[in-house]
Write a protein that binds this ligand. Structure first.
Ligand code: ADP
Ligand code: ZN
Ligand code: ZN
Length: 810
């Protein structure tokens, strides 16, 4: 028997055939993880995966043999996950080995940490079952004295390399346990700081001249009775030790690794009965589930329409039917509230996967899902590969979120992969959001998905009223805050309500923005903002390569005040602090959330109303459900429109709608103020109206005309090199190859053009973009082109990447 196999270390990750040794014939299956070794040479040993088996094969030319079978002979990837990795390789034009390794946590893909242990009960080594072979007998003898050994130790002592198969036979017989034990690299106990139980009333007064210690005191007080690591609260050890010396704080030795949490917690919510519209949505989902066929639903529910309860009630049905489920969220750290609410309902039937888990925790979680011990997996993008059998439903929350796309190989989209997994498992897929991606909404309108609308908030809560503030005509309280917004903030603070302020950071310095009239110059062919290239004094379209001379004044109003420098959250915090000197302001952005659990900590403080103003980047727009928030302000609502990407207005619409949706979610109605500079865009009018549908129809007419998704599919080819000429030449070569391959009726090719960000880490970047109207590109052709270009431009260390359905065109 022969096996089609794939391994990172042989044949550049391409599949190849090896002979299956007779001893393994009855055990090996597709999806198994095996050890390969080279017959001659340095004896490289490498992990590989079995793709399929063949009874006959012409010749066995390879110099490679399967030496052992891992994970007790059980497939590490079940049938439908194998099919899924095959689909990914084909659709995303990726290597199969990359799709397989993506589907398995790295903790699984290693033999370094394998150990053998005796099981609890003693057995005589002479037991006839065990001594059936000499190898079994010597393993058992060794283990009876040693009790626990790593596999390499056992291999050395017995002088034998191939042990896995025999060990797993012994494991099946109940004599041994084979498992992975990761040693923790960080010391277990770390010094954390906690505020003392009773501190003198005049503590703040005493620390008046030591602002850092005062800060530390306040933060620690807000955390009590929890203790904190210096780095997780961004306070130096020096300041903390000073507090200890003064008797205000104490040091606590804490077991950090096992005590990870998102840092956020809330009281369990009272049980709820679904409202009539939630009930109707549920009935549709349950009815489809009973058919036992694949189907995708787009649950388009306005912010605060109670989508979480629908997911939870639906999942109860799934579990009751003995099936399993996956829940995808864009980022766990940013949505601790959602994860917490699922946990509250499903307790130990749910496994929450997050990047802060140790290797041991990751392995154990994977293993328990694989064995069916937990029924629901919740986590970010890669949770779509949870090794669950018998899948009944997949839920993709906030399906529009760009975080579902992986920006390294394989460049898959977790949402689309979820749909494919649902197809392969005959499961129900639910995509939920208040602002669907255009792709999903298009599919819902065309009938590919079933649309469920929830146009109203739960419990009669009203949608927030949205107001625009034209900055040009408005008096200002500070450089970035209008009188109007300032008065509104002051009003809420007076009533002891809470305020969320958003400063979008995704501005783009390379594109021009007139500070006087808001005009943004666009490419007349592609309708995307032009990018300023300082060296050539040109404005350039990075889709089609069109260029225009740069004139240092606005084409519309002749103002010379052209460059837009995004003012960061830090500066706005200062302005706010000057306007409200006694108010505690929480800031959440990349700088304040560098350590694990810091998002959760900030959100917890806000949730417990220890502060009334939360200022941040898009992080504050995601899924938060805080009843005290009655005002949302956006400081520069236009930022984001000047990004040279055809999805710019879709993203701005979605971000602003999402952040607006944080206001007035409970009994008190909410209000939203958007400070706007640019009067040219239609986006704001549609946001005011709160009509996603109108916005979609208008915007898709433009996309239709210019053949942008969902009217086409894009594939982005990128060539980067330290030598600009070579990067450009390679991109041109790629474009010509594509043009020959692609008949005009299937699509067209744009570029080559310098990328929006023309140079990253000293490498010049050039793009070629294919707009595909029908069919697909052949994976074989792409592979050949890749090999060809890489070989041709080897001397300039060219890197060539292919991105199918790119989210980012910069
Ligand atoms: P969405 O995700 O759609 O924005 P959520 O699921 O966060 O909305 O729900 C909004 C709020 O409404 C939450 O505080 C939730 O607890 C509450 N809620 C949801 N369904 C009900 C219900 N049937 N009865 C009472 N409150 C509900
Ligand atoms: Zn202007
Ligand atoms: Zn153009």
């Amino acid at each position: 028997m022969y096996a089609l196999t794939v391994s990172e270390n042989f044949f550049r990750g391409e599949p190849f055939i090896v002979l299956v040794p007779d001893t393994l014939e009855h055990e090996i299956q597709a999806g198994c993880m095996v050890l390969l070794s080279a017959k001659k040479g340095n004896g490289t040993i490498s992990i590989a995966y079995i793709l399929s088996l063949k009874a006959e094969y012409d010749e066995d030319t390879s110099n490679i043999v399967i030496s052992d079978i891992l994970y007790g002979g059980r497939p590490v990837l079940g049938h439908s996950l194998m099919q899924l990795t095959e689909w990914m390789a084909d659709y995303y034009l990726a290597r199969r080995i990359d799709t397989i390794t993506t589907a398995l946590p790295s903790a699984v893909r290693t033999t370094v940490h394998d150990v053998v242990e005796m099981t609890g009960f003693e057995l005589k080594a002479e037991s006839p079952k065990i001594i059936s072979t000499a190898l079994r007998r010597s393993i058992m003898k060794m283990m009876m004295t040693e009790k626990r050994l790593t596999i390499p130790q056992l291999q050395r002592r017995l002088g034998k390399k191939q042990l896995y198969r025999t060990l797993s036979e012994l494991e099946r017989g109940g004599h041994l346990v084979l498992s992975k034990k990761f040693s923790s690299t960080t010391p277990k106990l770390r010094t954390t700081y906690r505020i003392c139980k009773s501190i003198p009333e005049e503590a703040e007064e005493i620390l008046k001249s030591a602002p850092k210690q005062l800060d530390a005191l306040r933060i620690l007080t807000s955390l009590y009775p929890e203790s904190a690591l210096p780095e997780s609260i961004a306070i130096s050890k020096v300041s903390l030790n000073a507090l200890v010396a003064k008797g205000f704080a104490e040091k606590v030795q804490t077991d950090i690794i096992t005590s990870f949490s998102t840092g956020f917690s809330e009281k369990p919510q009272s049980p709820k009965n679904p409202t009539a519209s939630q009930q109707k949505a549920l009935e549709q989902l349950r009815c489809a589930f009973e058919q036992q066929e694949y189907r995708t639903f787009l649950l388009h529910g306005v912010t605060g329409s109670g989508k979480t309860l629908i997911y939870i009630e639906f999942l109860k049905t799934i579990l009751a039917a003995g099936k399993t489920a996956i829940i995808l969220v864009p980022e766990i750290a940013l949505t601790p509230q959602t994860a917490g609410r699922f946990r509250e309902h499903f307790h130990d039937e749910i496994t929450i996967l997050h990047s802060a888990m140790s290797n041991q925790e990751k392995y154990d979680a994977w293993h328990s899902l694989r064995l069916g011990k937990t029924k629901i997996a919740l986590g970010a993008r890669s949770t779509i590969f949870a090794p669950l059998e018998n899948l009944g439903a997949i839920i993709v929350d906030e399906e529009h979120d760009g975080a579902y796309k992986q920006d390294r190989n394989p460049r898959y989209n977790g949402r689309d992969t979820a749909i494919m997994r649902a197809v392969l498992s005959k499961a129900i897929c639910v995509l939920g959001t208040a602002t669907p991606s255009f792709e999903s909404y298009h599919n819902a309108r065309s009938g590919k998905y079933t649309l469920i609308n929830l146009p109203e908030r739960v419990d009669g809560a009203t949608m927030p009223v949205i107001n625009l503030v034209w900055m040009k005509d408005s008096p200002k309280a500070s450089p970035s805050i209008s009188e109007l917004l300032y008065t509104q903030i002051a009003l809420r603070l007076e009533k002891d309500e809470q305020v969320i302020l958003l400063q979008n950071r995704r501005g783009f310095a390379g594109s021009i923005f007139c500070l006087a009239c808001g005009h943004i110059p666009h490419c007349k062919f592609c309708n995307i903002p032009l990018v300023y290239h300082a060296t050539k004094k040109q404005l350039c379209c990075h889709y089609c390569g069109f260029t225009e001379r740069y004139t240092a004044s606005c084409k519309k109003c002749a103002s010379p005040e052209l460059f837009f420098k995004s003012s960061g959250t830090e500066r706005i915090e200062e302005e706010l602090q000057t306007l409200f000197p006694d108010e505690k302001i929480l800031r959440m952005d990349v700088d304040t959330t560098t350590t694990k659990g810091s998002h959760g900590r900030i959100l917890k403080e806000f949730h417990e109303r220890k502060a009334r103003i939360l200022l941040g980047t898009q992080m504050v727009a995601k899924g938060l459900d805080f009843p005290g928030v009655t005002l949302v302000g956006v400081l520069m609502a236009d930022i984001g429109l000047n990004i040279p990407d055809f999805r710019a207005s879709e993203r701005v619409f979605s971000l602003l709608t999402q952040v607006a949706g944080r206001a007035g979610r409970a009994s008190k109605p909410g209000e939203v103020y958007l400070q706007v500079y640019n009067r040219e865009s239609d986006v704001f009018a549609d946001i005011l109206e709160g009509s996603y549908e109108n916005f979609f129809l208008k915007e898709s007419a433009i996309r239709e005309e210019l053949l942008y998704p969902p009217a086409s599919r894009l594939i982005k080819f990128e060539c980067t090199s330290e030598e600009e000429k070579q990067a450009e030449a390679a991109a041109l070569y790629c474009k010509e190859a594509l043009a020959r391959h692609l008949p005009a009726e299937k699509g067209c090719t744009l570029g080559p053009a310098p990328a929006g960000i023309a140079k990253i880490r000293n490498r010049y970047r050039y793009h070629v973009i294919v707009k595909l109207v029908s069919g697909k590109l052949s994976p074989l052709f792409i592979k050949q082109m890749n090999d060809d270009i890489t070989a041709r431009f080897r001397s300039s260390k060219l890197i060539f990447t292919v991105d199918v359905d790119p989210q980012n065109l910069m």
